[in-house]
Design a protein around this ligand. Structure first.
Ligand SMILES: [Zn+2]
Length: 117
């Protein structure tokens, strides 16, 4: 699935399930979105930044968002933030989900090690 298709699907789902009802704005570009699949226990945080008014960038703590994919949580936040046409954002993998620099350095210095572990 292309990123564009994923984004279109995310927008459609946000609209279909009225995502704004599941969302709360926490301030400073942060949104709490209640999970659709596990509303009793699941909530994800979307962070929205913009380098300029036309170019939003988002992160989401859900499984899709951690892999840098669009999701309806991010779509909902963009719609709530007034990106009425919901332009395709620059989706950034959740920073917290990225391997740390030491782990990357260790991998690069001995990439075969992961096959021997
Ligand atoms: Zn998400």
């Amino acid at each position: 699935m292309t990123t564009e298709n994923r984004w279109n699907n995310a927008i459609s789902k946000a609209a279909d399930i009225n995502g704004e009802q599941s969302a709360r704005y926490l301030g400073e570009g942060r949104f709490l979105i209640i999970s659709a699949s596990d509303p009793d226990n699941g909530a994800y945080e979307v962070r929205l930044t913009a380098s300029d008014a036309a170019t939003p960038a988002t992160t989401c703590s859900c499984p899709a968002g951690e892999h840098g994919f669009p999701c309806w949580h991010q779509a909902t936040a963009l719609l709530m933030a007034g990106y009425a046409d919901a332009p395709e954002p620059v989706v950034e993998p959740d920073v917290a989900a990225r391997p740390d620099a030491a782990a990357i350095g260790a991998f690069l210095s001995n990439p075969q090690a992961i096959f021997n572990a």
